[in-house]
Design a protein around this ligand. Structure first.
Ligand code: ATP
Ligand code: MG
Length: 551
Protein backbone atom coordinates (compact mmCIF):
# COMPACT_ATOMS: atom_id res chain seq x y z
CA UNK A 1 0.00 0.00 0.00
CA UNK A 2 1.28 3.46 -0.83
CA UNK A 3 0.61 6.10 1.80
CA UNK A 4 1.28 9.82 1.38
CA UNK A 5 4.39 11.21 3.08
CA UNK A 6 2.21 13.18 5.46
CA UNK A 7 0.27 10.11 6.47
CA UNK A 8 3.42 8.07 7.10
CA UNK A 9 4.78 10.96 9.13
CA UNK A 10 1.72 11.39 11.33
CA UNK A 11 1.53 7.66 11.97
CA UNK A 12 5.21 7.50 12.89
CA UNK A 13 4.92 10.57 15.11
CA UNK A 14 1.96 9.04 16.92
CA UNK A 15 4.33 6.31 18.09
CA UNK A 16 6.35 8.92 20.01
CA UNK A 17 3.58 9.39 22.61
CA UNK A 18 5.22 7.47 25.47
CA UNK A 19 8.29 9.70 25.15
CA UNK A 20 6.60 13.07 24.59
CA UNK A 21 8.19 14.69 27.67
CA UNK A 22 11.71 13.86 26.56
CA UNK A 23 10.96 14.96 23.03
CA UNK A 24 9.82 18.40 24.22
CA UNK A 25 12.95 18.68 26.36
CA UNK A 26 15.14 17.81 23.37
CA UNK A 27 13.36 20.42 21.25
CA UNK A 28 13.75 23.15 23.88
CA UNK A 29 17.43 22.38 24.28
CA UNK A 30 17.84 22.42 20.52
CA UNK A 31 16.22 25.86 20.23
CA UNK A 32 18.30 27.22 23.12
CA UNK A 33 21.45 25.79 21.51
CA UNK A 34 20.75 27.51 18.20
CA UNK A 35 19.97 30.78 19.96
CA UNK A 36 23.39 30.56 21.65
CA UNK A 37 25.07 29.88 18.30
CA UNK A 38 23.37 32.76 16.52
CA UNK A 39 23.92 35.12 19.44
CA UNK A 40 27.69 34.69 19.18
CA UNK A 41 27.70 36.17 15.66
CA UNK A 42 25.11 38.81 16.47
CA UNK A 43 26.89 39.93 19.65
CA UNK A 44 30.15 39.92 17.68
CA UNK A 45 28.70 42.35 15.18
CA UNK A 46 27.38 44.50 18.05
CA UNK A 47 30.86 44.53 19.61
CA UNK A 48 32.43 45.58 16.31
CA UNK A 49 29.86 48.39 16.03
CA UNK A 50 30.80 49.58 19.53
CA UNK A 51 34.48 49.52 18.60
CA UNK A 52 33.61 51.68 15.59
CA UNK A 53 32.08 54.17 17.99
CA UNK A 54 28.38 53.38 17.81
CA UNK A 55 26.66 53.21 21.15
CA UNK A 56 25.35 49.86 22.35
CA UNK A 57 22.90 48.54 24.95
CA UNK A 58 25.69 47.34 27.22
CA UNK A 59 29.45 47.49 27.76
CA UNK A 60 31.95 45.61 25.61
CA UNK A 61 33.03 43.48 28.57
CA UNK A 62 29.49 42.24 29.19
CA UNK A 63 29.12 41.44 25.48
CA UNK A 64 32.29 39.34 25.52
CA UNK A 65 31.27 37.52 28.70
CA UNK A 66 27.88 36.68 27.21
CA UNK A 67 29.56 35.49 24.02
CA UNK A 68 31.90 33.24 25.99
CA UNK A 69 29.02 31.79 27.99
CA UNK A 70 26.94 31.29 24.85
CA UNK A 71 29.81 29.39 23.24
CA UNK A 72 30.12 27.10 26.22
CA UNK A 73 26.38 26.58 26.55
CA UNK A 74 26.07 25.94 22.83
CA UNK A 75 28.34 22.91 23.14
CA UNK A 76 26.59 21.54 26.21
CA UNK A 77 23.10 22.06 24.83
CA UNK A 78 24.00 20.49 21.51
CA UNK A 79 25.34 17.46 23.31
CA UNK A 80 22.28 17.14 25.55
CA UNK A 81 19.90 17.57 22.60
CA UNK A 82 21.64 14.94 20.51
CA UNK A 83 21.82 12.55 23.45
CA UNK A 84 18.08 12.98 24.13
CA UNK A 85 17.16 12.56 20.49
CA UNK A 86 19.15 9.38 20.14
CA UNK A 87 17.83 8.05 23.39
CA UNK A 88 14.31 8.63 22.06
CA UNK A 89 15.14 7.17 18.65
CA UNK A 90 16.64 3.93 19.91
CA UNK A 91 13.94 3.48 22.56
CA UNK A 92 11.38 3.87 19.77
CA UNK A 93 13.18 1.47 17.47
CA UNK A 94 13.02 -1.16 20.20
CA UNK A 95 9.33 -0.38 20.65
CA UNK A 96 8.65 -0.61 16.91
CA UNK A 97 10.59 -3.88 16.60
CA UNK A 98 8.47 -5.22 19.40
CA UNK A 99 5.30 -4.14 17.57
CA UNK A 100 6.49 -5.64 14.29
CA UNK A 101 7.33 -8.95 15.91
CA UNK A 102 3.95 -8.99 17.64
CA UNK A 103 2.30 -8.29 14.27
CA UNK A 104 4.28 -11.03 12.56
CA UNK A 105 3.27 -13.46 15.29
CA UNK A 106 -0.36 -12.70 14.55
CA UNK A 107 0.14 -12.98 10.79
CA UNK A 108 1.94 -16.33 11.03
CA UNK A 109 1.63 -18.75 9.53
CA UNK A 110 -1.08 -18.06 6.94
CA UNK A 111 -0.05 -14.55 5.82
CA UNK A 112 3.65 -15.40 5.82
CA UNK A 113 3.27 -18.48 3.63
CA UNK A 114 3.45 -16.68 0.30
CA UNK A 115 5.62 -13.79 1.43
CA UNK A 116 9.19 -13.20 0.36
CA UNK A 117 11.37 -13.91 3.36
CA UNK A 118 14.31 -11.78 2.19
CA UNK A 119 12.00 -8.80 1.89
CA UNK A 120 10.68 -9.45 5.37
CA UNK A 121 14.20 -9.59 6.74
CA UNK A 122 14.96 -6.28 5.01
CA UNK A 123 11.96 -4.69 6.78
CA UNK A 124 12.90 -6.04 10.19
CA UNK A 125 16.55 -5.03 9.91
CA UNK A 126 17.35 -2.13 7.60
CA UNK A 127 13.93 -0.47 7.27
CA UNK A 128 13.40 -0.21 11.01
CA UNK A 129 17.00 0.96 11.39
CA UNK A 130 16.33 3.77 8.89
CA UNK A 131 13.54 5.10 11.10
CA UNK A 132 16.33 6.20 13.45
CA UNK A 133 16.87 9.03 10.94
CA UNK A 134 13.24 9.97 11.33
CA UNK A 135 13.12 10.03 15.10
CA UNK A 136 16.61 11.41 15.83
CA UNK A 137 17.06 13.71 12.83
CA UNK A 138 13.61 14.64 11.53
CA UNK A 139 10.92 15.15 14.16
CA UNK A 140 12.72 17.43 16.58
CA UNK A 141 14.70 19.29 13.86
CA UNK A 142 11.37 20.27 12.27
CA UNK A 143 10.04 21.56 15.58
CA UNK A 144 13.33 23.27 16.37
CA UNK A 145 13.44 24.96 12.96
CA UNK A 146 9.86 26.23 13.33
CA UNK A 147 10.32 27.71 16.80
CA UNK A 148 13.78 29.09 16.11
CA UNK A 149 12.75 30.68 12.79
CA UNK A 150 9.76 32.40 14.42
CA UNK A 151 12.02 33.81 17.15
CA UNK A 152 14.62 35.01 14.67
CA UNK A 153 11.95 36.55 12.44
CA UNK A 154 10.69 38.48 15.47
CA UNK A 155 14.21 39.59 16.37
CA UNK A 156 15.07 40.74 12.84
CA UNK A 157 11.60 42.26 12.45
CA UNK A 158 12.23 44.33 15.58
CA UNK A 159 14.70 46.38 13.50
CA UNK A 160 12.22 46.84 10.68
CA UNK A 161 9.12 44.95 9.54
CA UNK A 162 10.41 44.64 5.97
CA UNK A 163 13.60 42.96 7.16
CA UNK A 164 11.50 40.58 9.27
CA UNK A 165 9.43 39.69 6.22
CA UNK A 166 12.53 38.92 4.18
CA UNK A 167 13.80 36.64 6.95
CA UNK A 168 10.46 34.86 7.20
CA UNK A 169 10.43 34.35 3.43
CA UNK A 170 13.99 32.99 3.52
CA UNK A 171 13.15 30.46 6.24
CA UNK A 172 9.99 29.39 4.40
CA UNK A 173 11.75 28.87 1.08
CA UNK A 174 14.74 26.98 2.50
CA UNK A 175 12.90 25.02 5.20
CA UNK A 176 9.54 24.27 3.57
CA UNK A 177 9.48 24.86 -0.18
CA UNK A 178 12.88 23.31 -0.92
CA UNK A 179 12.45 20.04 1.02
CA UNK A 180 9.03 19.51 -0.55
CA UNK A 181 10.38 20.23 -4.02
CA UNK A 182 13.41 17.98 -3.60
CA UNK A 183 11.20 15.26 -2.20
CA UNK A 184 8.72 15.64 -5.09
CA UNK A 185 11.54 15.51 -7.65
CA UNK A 186 12.79 12.20 -6.31
CA UNK A 187 9.21 10.92 -6.59
CA UNK A 188 8.78 7.28 -5.67
CA UNK A 189 12.46 6.52 -6.24
CA UNK A 190 13.08 6.00 -2.53
CA UNK A 191 10.26 3.49 -2.34
CA UNK A 192 11.56 1.78 -5.47
CA UNK A 193 15.03 1.63 -3.99
CA UNK A 194 13.88 0.03 -0.74
CA UNK A 195 11.77 -2.44 -2.68
CA UNK A 196 14.60 -3.42 -4.98
CA UNK A 197 16.98 -3.77 -2.07
CA UNK A 198 14.52 -6.11 -0.32
CA UNK A 199 14.14 -8.12 -3.51
CA UNK A 200 17.89 -8.49 -3.82
CA UNK A 201 18.07 -9.90 -0.28
CA UNK A 202 15.29 -12.31 -1.21
CA UNK A 203 17.13 -13.37 -4.34
CA UNK A 204 20.37 -14.03 -2.44
CA UNK A 205 18.53 -16.01 0.24
CA UNK A 206 16.73 -18.01 -2.43
CA UNK A 207 20.00 -18.70 -4.22
CA UNK A 208 21.65 -19.92 -1.04
CA UNK A 209 18.75 -22.24 -0.31
CA UNK A 210 18.82 -23.65 -3.82
CA UNK A 211 22.59 -24.07 -4.01
CA UNK A 212 22.40 -27.84 -4.63
CA UNK A 213 19.94 -27.46 -7.50
CA UNK A 214 21.94 -24.62 -9.02
CA UNK A 215 25.14 -26.68 -9.05
CA UNK A 216 23.38 -29.81 -10.29
CA UNK A 217 21.77 -28.10 -13.26
CA UNK A 218 24.64 -25.74 -13.99
CA UNK A 219 22.66 -22.56 -13.27
CA UNK A 220 25.48 -20.84 -11.38
CA UNK A 221 26.45 -18.49 -14.16
CA UNK A 222 22.91 -17.30 -14.84
CA UNK A 223 22.26 -16.76 -11.13
CA UNK A 224 25.48 -14.80 -10.80
CA UNK A 225 24.61 -12.68 -13.83
CA UNK A 226 21.23 -11.89 -12.39
CA UNK A 227 22.68 -11.01 -9.02
CA UNK A 228 25.16 -8.68 -10.75
CA UNK A 229 22.38 -7.11 -12.81
CA UNK A 230 20.26 -6.47 -9.77
CA UNK A 231 23.20 -5.00 -7.83
CA UNK A 232 23.99 -2.65 -10.70
CA UNK A 233 20.36 -1.56 -10.94
CA UNK A 234 20.32 -0.90 -7.22
CA UNK A 235 23.54 1.08 -7.42
CA UNK A 236 22.04 3.13 -10.27
CA UNK A 237 18.93 3.90 -8.26
CA UNK A 238 21.09 4.94 -5.36
CA UNK A 239 23.26 7.11 -7.59
CA UNK A 240 20.15 8.82 -8.96
CA UNK A 241 18.88 9.57 -5.48
CA UNK A 242 22.25 10.87 -4.30
CA UNK A 243 22.68 12.98 -7.43
CA UNK A 244 19.35 14.66 -6.82
CA UNK A 245 20.35 15.26 -3.21
CA UNK A 246 23.55 16.91 -4.49
CA UNK A 247 21.70 19.17 -6.93
CA UNK A 248 19.26 20.05 -4.17
CA UNK A 249 21.92 21.15 -1.77
CA UNK A 250 23.65 23.24 -4.47
CA UNK A 251 20.39 25.05 -5.21
CA UNK A 252 19.75 25.61 -1.50
CA UNK A 253 23.17 27.19 -1.05
CA UNK A 254 22.61 29.53 -3.98
CA UNK A 255 19.26 30.56 -2.54
CA UNK A 256 20.86 31.32 0.85
CA UNK A 257 23.35 33.71 -0.73
CA UNK A 258 20.48 35.33 -2.63
CA UNK A 259 18.61 36.05 0.60
CA UNK A 260 21.75 37.34 2.33
CA UNK A 261 22.19 39.85 -0.48
CA UNK A 262 18.51 40.72 -0.44
CA UNK A 263 18.52 41.61 3.26
CA UNK A 264 21.73 43.62 2.77
CA UNK A 265 20.23 45.67 -0.06
CA UNK A 266 16.94 46.10 1.78
CA UNK A 267 18.81 47.22 4.91
CA UNK A 268 20.92 49.66 2.88
CA UNK A 269 17.80 51.09 1.21
CA UNK A 270 16.06 51.53 4.56
CA UNK A 271 19.21 53.19 5.96
CA UNK A 272 19.30 55.59 3.01
CA UNK A 273 15.69 56.50 3.72
CA UNK A 274 16.60 56.99 7.39
CA UNK A 275 14.20 54.25 8.51
CA UNK A 276 16.91 52.26 10.34
CA UNK A 277 20.21 53.07 12.06
CA UNK A 278 23.49 51.66 10.80
CA UNK A 279 23.26 48.74 13.22
CA UNK A 280 19.87 48.01 11.65
CA UNK A 281 21.71 47.09 8.45
CA UNK A 282 24.46 44.94 9.87
CA UNK A 283 22.79 43.14 12.79
CA UNK A 284 19.79 41.77 10.83
CA UNK A 285 22.10 40.59 8.08
CA UNK A 286 24.41 38.86 10.57
CA UNK A 287 21.38 37.40 12.31
CA UNK A 288 19.97 35.99 9.09
CA UNK A 289 23.32 34.61 7.95
CA UNK A 290 23.96 32.86 11.22
CA UNK A 291 20.46 31.43 11.62
CA UNK A 292 20.11 29.16 8.58
CA UNK A 293 21.42 26.07 10.41
CA UNK A 294 18.06 24.60 11.47
CA UNK A 295 16.25 25.23 8.16
CA UNK A 296 19.27 23.95 6.19
CA UNK A 297 18.95 20.71 8.15
CA UNK A 298 15.37 20.50 6.84
CA UNK A 299 16.39 21.24 3.26
CA UNK A 300 18.85 18.36 3.36
CA UNK A 301 16.11 16.16 4.79
CA UNK A 302 14.24 16.41 1.49
CA UNK A 303 16.33 13.68 -0.08
CA UNK A 304 16.71 11.36 2.90
CA UNK A 305 13.03 11.78 3.68
CA UNK A 306 12.28 9.63 0.64
CA UNK A 307 14.14 6.67 2.10
CA UNK A 308 12.63 7.26 5.49
CA UNK A 309 9.05 7.41 4.24
CA UNK A 310 9.60 4.36 2.07
CA UNK A 311 10.98 2.46 5.04
CA UNK A 312 8.18 3.76 7.29
CA UNK A 313 5.63 2.75 4.69
CA UNK A 314 6.90 -0.79 4.58
CA UNK A 315 6.98 -1.07 8.37
CA UNK A 316 3.42 0.27 8.57
CA UNK A 317 2.37 -2.26 5.93
CA UNK A 318 3.29 -5.05 8.31
CA UNK A 319 1.67 -3.34 11.32
CA UNK A 320 -1.55 -2.79 9.34
CA UNK A 321 -1.75 -6.20 7.70
CA UNK A 322 -4.88 -7.98 8.85
CA UNK A 323 -4.23 -11.53 10.07
CA UNK A 324 -6.18 -14.38 8.47
CA UNK A 325 -7.23 -15.60 11.89
CA UNK A 326 -7.57 -13.58 15.08
CA UNK A 327 -6.30 -15.03 18.34
CA UNK A 328 -9.07 -16.18 20.63
CA UNK A 329 -9.01 -15.68 24.40
CA UNK A 330 -11.43 -15.36 27.26
CA UNK A 331 -13.51 -18.38 26.30
CA UNK A 332 -14.24 -21.27 28.59
CA UNK A 333 -11.50 -23.95 28.47
CA UNK A 334 -12.39 -27.28 26.90
CA UNK A 335 -10.94 -30.78 27.26
CA UNK A 336 -10.47 -32.90 24.16
CA UNK A 337 -13.44 -35.13 23.40
CA UNK A 338 -13.03 -35.97 19.73
CA UNK A 339 -13.11 -33.85 16.59
CA UNK A 340 -15.20 -33.52 13.47
CA UNK A 341 -15.78 -31.41 10.39
CA UNK A 342 -19.25 -30.54 9.15
CA UNK A 343 -19.80 -29.65 5.49
CA UNK A 344 -16.36 -28.06 5.46
CA UNK A 345 -15.38 -26.06 2.39
CA UNK A 346 -12.13 -24.17 1.97
CA UNK A 347 -10.19 -22.38 -0.76
CA UNK A 348 -6.91 -20.45 -0.59
CA UNK A 349 -7.73 -18.18 -3.50
CA UNK A 350 -10.56 -18.89 -5.89
CA UNK A 351 -10.08 -22.59 -6.45
CA UNK A 352 -11.88 -24.73 -3.92
CA UNK A 353 -9.56 -27.26 -2.26
CA UNK A 354 -11.96 -28.93 0.18
CA UNK A 355 -15.64 -29.02 -0.56
CA UNK A 356 -18.45 -30.10 1.68
CA UNK A 357 -16.25 -32.44 3.69
CA UNK A 358 -17.82 -34.07 6.74
CA UNK A 359 -15.80 -36.44 8.87
CA UNK A 360 -15.77 -37.84 12.40
CA UNK A 361 -12.67 -38.34 14.48
CA UNK A 362 -13.83 -40.19 17.57
CA UNK A 363 -11.75 -39.92 20.74
CA UNK A 364 -9.15 -42.67 21.06
CA UNK A 365 -9.19 -43.69 17.40
CA UNK A 366 -6.62 -43.46 14.63
CA UNK A 367 -8.20 -41.92 11.57
CA UNK A 368 -6.35 -42.16 8.27
CA UNK A 369 -6.63 -39.53 5.54
CA UNK A 370 -5.77 -40.36 1.95
CA UNK A 371 -5.99 -38.47 -1.33
CA UNK A 372 -3.79 -37.67 -4.29
CA UNK A 373 -1.03 -35.11 -4.00
CA UNK A 374 -2.44 -31.59 -3.83
CA UNK A 375 -5.91 -32.78 -2.84
CA UNK A 376 -5.85 -30.85 0.43
CA UNK A 377 -4.72 -33.29 3.12
CA UNK A 378 -2.20 -30.92 4.69
CA UNK A 379 -4.74 -28.14 4.30
CA UNK A 380 -7.26 -30.12 6.34
CA UNK A 381 -4.75 -30.51 9.18
CA UNK A 382 -4.01 -26.78 9.07
CA UNK A 383 -7.73 -26.11 9.44
CA UNK A 384 -7.78 -28.30 12.55
CA UNK A 385 -4.86 -26.20 13.83
CA UNK A 386 -6.84 -23.09 12.86
CA UNK A 387 -3.93 -21.70 10.84
CA UNK A 388 -6.72 -20.83 8.41
CA UNK A 389 -10.44 -20.48 8.91
CA UNK A 390 -13.14 -22.47 7.14
CA UNK A 391 -15.00 -20.67 4.32
CA UNK A 392 -18.15 -22.70 4.82
CA UNK A 393 -19.13 -25.33 7.33
CA UNK A 394 -17.39 -25.97 10.62
CA UNK A 395 -14.32 -27.52 12.20
CA UNK A 396 -15.22 -28.78 15.68
CA UNK A 397 -13.22 -29.99 18.68
CA UNK A 398 -15.19 -31.50 21.56
CA UNK A 399 -18.29 -30.23 19.78
CA UNK A 400 -17.05 -26.60 19.87
CA UNK A 401 -16.22 -24.63 16.74
CA UNK A 402 -12.44 -24.09 16.75
CA UNK A 403 -13.07 -20.38 16.15
CA UNK A 404 -14.48 -20.16 19.68
CA UNK A 405 -11.74 -22.09 21.48
CA UNK A 406 -8.95 -20.13 23.20
CA UNK A 407 -5.89 -20.28 20.98
CA UNK A 408 -3.64 -21.44 23.85
CA UNK A 409 -6.16 -24.08 24.77
CA UNK A 410 -6.31 -25.29 21.17
CA UNK A 411 -2.51 -25.50 20.85
CA UNK A 412 -2.30 -27.47 24.10
CA UNK A 413 -4.80 -30.01 22.83
CA UNK A 414 -3.02 -30.55 19.51
CA UNK A 415 0.37 -31.81 18.34
CA UNK A 416 1.00 -31.13 14.69
CA UNK A 417 3.81 -32.90 12.87
CA UNK A 418 4.20 -31.21 9.51
CA UNK A 419 5.43 -32.75 6.30
CA UNK A 420 8.75 -30.93 6.66
CA UNK A 421 10.28 -30.80 10.11
CA UNK A 422 12.06 -27.55 10.81
CA UNK A 423 15.06 -27.70 13.10
CA UNK A 424 16.55 -24.59 14.65
CA UNK A 425 20.28 -23.91 14.72
CA UNK A 426 20.70 -25.27 18.22
CA UNK A 427 21.31 -28.51 20.10
CA UNK A 428 19.07 -31.53 19.60
CA UNK A 429 17.90 -31.21 23.20
CA UNK A 430 16.78 -27.61 22.75
CA UNK A 431 15.18 -28.47 19.44
CA UNK A 432 13.11 -31.11 21.20
CA UNK A 433 12.29 -28.99 24.22
CA UNK A 434 10.39 -26.43 22.16
CA UNK A 435 7.55 -28.95 22.44
CA UNK A 436 7.67 -28.77 26.23
CA UNK A 437 9.88 -26.11 27.75
CA UNK A 438 10.34 -27.61 31.21
CA UNK A 439 10.67 -31.25 30.14
CA UNK A 440 13.15 -33.39 32.09
CA UNK A 441 15.85 -35.31 30.24
CA UNK A 442 13.99 -38.53 31.05
CA UNK A 443 10.84 -37.25 29.39
CA UNK A 444 12.82 -36.14 26.34
CA UNK A 445 14.55 -39.52 26.06
CA UNK A 446 11.29 -41.36 26.48
CA UNK A 447 9.74 -39.37 23.63
CA UNK A 448 12.80 -40.09 21.46
CA UNK A 449 12.52 -43.80 22.16
CA UNK A 450 8.90 -43.73 21.01
CA UNK A 451 10.00 -41.94 17.85
CA UNK A 452 12.81 -44.43 17.31
CA UNK A 453 15.49 -41.75 17.33
CA UNK A 454 17.03 -42.21 20.81
CA UNK A 455 19.65 -44.73 19.70
CA UNK A 456 20.72 -42.54 16.82
CA UNK A 457 21.13 -39.52 19.10
CA UNK A 458 23.15 -41.51 21.66
CA UNK A 459 25.64 -42.38 18.94
CA UNK A 460 26.31 -38.72 18.12
CA UNK A 461 29.54 -37.15 19.47
CA UNK A 462 27.80 -35.03 22.09
CA UNK A 463 24.58 -37.03 22.30
CA UNK A 464 21.64 -34.74 23.10
CA UNK A 465 23.91 -31.69 23.18
CA UNK A 466 24.97 -32.10 19.55
CA UNK A 467 24.36 -29.08 17.35
CA UNK A 468 22.22 -29.75 14.29
CA UNK A 469 23.47 -26.85 12.13
CA UNK A 470 21.28 -24.34 10.36
CA UNK A 471 17.94 -25.87 9.29
CA UNK A 472 19.17 -29.20 10.67
CA UNK A 473 21.68 -29.40 7.83
CA UNK A 474 23.73 -32.11 9.47
CA UNK A 475 20.84 -34.60 9.79
CA UNK A 476 19.21 -36.80 7.17
CA UNK A 477 15.59 -36.37 6.13
CA UNK A 478 14.50 -39.43 8.10
CA UNK A 479 16.36 -38.31 11.22
CA UNK A 480 14.75 -34.91 11.07
CA UNK A 481 11.35 -36.50 10.63
CA UNK A 482 11.82 -38.69 13.68
CA UNK A 483 12.87 -35.68 15.75
CA UNK A 484 9.66 -34.00 14.59
CA UNK A 485 7.72 -36.99 15.84
CA UNK A 486 9.64 -37.05 19.12
CA UNK A 487 8.54 -33.44 19.64
CA UNK A 488 4.93 -34.50 19.19
CA UNK A 489 5.32 -37.36 21.68
CA UNK A 490 6.95 -34.95 24.13
CA UNK A 491 4.21 -32.35 23.73
CA UNK A 492 1.87 -35.13 24.80
CA UNK A 493 -1.32 -33.52 23.56
CA UNK A 494 -4.46 -35.67 23.35
CA UNK A 495 -5.00 -34.91 19.64
CA UNK A 496 -2.15 -35.74 17.24
CA UNK A 497 -2.13 -34.51 13.65
CA UNK A 498 0.53 -36.36 11.71
CA UNK A 499 1.23 -35.33 8.12
CA UNK A 500 3.12 -38.13 6.33
CA UNK A 501 5.06 -38.97 9.51
CA UNK A 502 6.84 -41.96 8.02
CA UNK A 503 7.44 -40.85 4.42
CA UNK A 504 11.23 -40.77 4.84
CA UNK A 505 11.60 -43.81 7.07
CA UNK A 506 12.65 -47.41 6.45
CA UNK A 507 10.24 -50.12 7.50
CA UNK A 508 12.15 -50.89 10.69
CA UNK A 509 11.87 -47.37 12.09
CA UNK A 510 8.32 -47.12 10.82
CA UNK A 511 7.38 -50.25 12.74
CA UNK A 512 8.75 -48.80 16.00
CA UNK A 513 6.79 -45.59 15.54
CA UNK A 514 3.56 -47.28 14.59
CA UNK A 515 3.93 -49.49 17.65
CA UNK A 516 4.38 -46.41 19.84
CA UNK A 517 1.27 -44.83 18.34
CA UNK A 518 -0.67 -48.03 18.82
CA UNK A 519 0.37 -48.33 22.46
CA UNK A 520 -0.99 -44.87 23.23
CA UNK A 521 -4.32 -45.79 21.77
CA UNK A 522 -6.15 -45.29 25.06
CA UNK A 523 -5.43 -41.64 25.60
CA UNK A 524 -4.50 -40.36 22.16
CA UNK A 525 -6.58 -39.53 19.13
CA UNK A 526 -4.62 -39.49 15.89
CA UNK A 527 -5.24 -38.10 12.43
CA UNK A 528 -2.78 -39.79 10.12
CA UNK A 529 -2.08 -38.59 6.60
CA UNK A 530 -0.11 -41.06 4.53
CA UNK A 531 0.33 -42.58 1.11
CA UNK A 532 1.85 -45.73 2.55
CA UNK A 533 -0.39 -48.76 2.94
CA UNK A 534 1.82 -50.09 5.75
CA UNK A 535 1.25 -46.91 7.78
CA UNK A 536 -2.47 -46.90 7.11
CA UNK A 537 -2.57 -50.40 8.56
CA UNK A 538 -3.01 -49.03 12.08
CA UNK A 539 -5.92 -46.74 11.15
CA UNK A 540 -9.31 -47.63 12.58
CA UNK A 541 -10.98 -45.93 9.68
CA UNK A 542 -9.86 -44.15 6.55
CA UNK A 543 -11.32 -41.09 4.80
CA UNK A 544 -10.51 -39.70 1.43
CA UNK A 545 -10.49 -35.94 1.22
CA UNK A 546 -11.65 -36.22 -2.37
CA UNK A 547 -14.72 -38.36 -1.99
CA UNK A 548 -15.55 -38.60 1.68
CA UNK A 549 -15.43 -41.76 3.70
CA UNK A 550 -13.85 -44.93 2.30
CA UNK A 551 -13.92 -47.52 5.07
P1 ATP B 1 0.65 -33.64 -0.75
O1 ATP B 1 0.17 -35.04 -0.72
O2 ATP B 1 1.49 -33.38 -1.97
O3 ATP B 1 1.28 -33.20 0.50
P2 ATP B 1 -1.76 -32.23 0.04
O4 ATP B 1 -2.98 -33.04 -0.17
O5 ATP B 1 -1.21 -32.18 1.40
O6 ATP B 1 -0.64 -32.70 -0.99
P3 ATP B 1 -2.10 -29.41 0.31
O7 ATP B 1 -0.75 -29.08 0.81
O8 ATP B 1 -3.20 -29.42 1.29
O9 ATP B 1 -2.08 -30.78 -0.50
O10 ATP B 1 -2.46 -28.38 -0.84
C1 ATP B 1 -3.68 -28.40 -1.52
C2 ATP B 1 -3.64 -27.39 -2.64
O11 ATP B 1 -3.61 -26.09 -2.13
C3 ATP B 1 -2.44 -27.53 -3.55
O12 ATP B 1 -2.88 -27.41 -4.88
C4 ATP B 1 -1.54 -26.38 -3.18
O13 ATP B 1 -0.86 -25.93 -4.30
C5 ATP B 1 -2.52 -25.35 -2.66
N1 ATP B 1 -1.95 -24.52 -1.60
C6 ATP B 1 -1.36 -24.96 -0.47
N2 ATP B 1 -0.99 -23.94 0.32
C7 ATP B 1 -1.37 -22.82 -0.30
C8 ATP B 1 -1.27 -21.42 0.01
N3 ATP B 1 -0.72 -20.98 1.13
N4 ATP B 1 -1.77 -20.54 -0.89
C9 ATP B 1 -2.33 -20.96 -2.03
N5 ATP B 1 -2.45 -22.25 -2.38
C10 ATP B 1 -1.98 -23.18 -1.53
MG1 MG C 1 0.56 -32.42 2.18
Amino acid sequence: MKRSGLKVMTRLVSLVKPLTGRMILAILMGVAGHICAASITILGVMAVLQLLGFSGWTSLTVLFVIMGLAGLLRGLLRYAEQASNHYIAFKLLALIRDKVFAALRKLAPAKLEGREKGDLIAVITSDIELLEVFYAHTVSPIAIACIFSVLMTAFIGSYHVELGLIAALAYLVVGVVMPIMISKLSGSRGLEFRKKSGELSGFVLDSLRGLDETIQYGGGKARLEEMKDRSIQLANEDEGLKRRAGYGSAVVNAILIGFDLMILFAGAALYAQGKVQFDGVLVPMAALMSSFGPVMALANLGSTLQYTFAAGNRVLDILDEVPVVQEVSGQEEVAFEGAQTKNLSFSYDSQEILSDLSLEIPKGKVVGIVGRSGSGKSTLLKLFMRFWEADKGEVLLSGRNVNTINTDNLRDMESFVTQETHLFKDTILNNLKIAKENATLEEVMDACKKASVHEFIMKLPREYDTDVGELGDTLSGGERQRIGLARAFLHNAPFMLLDEPTSNLDSLNEAVILKSLHQQHDDKTVVLVSHRASTMGIADQVYSVENGRIS
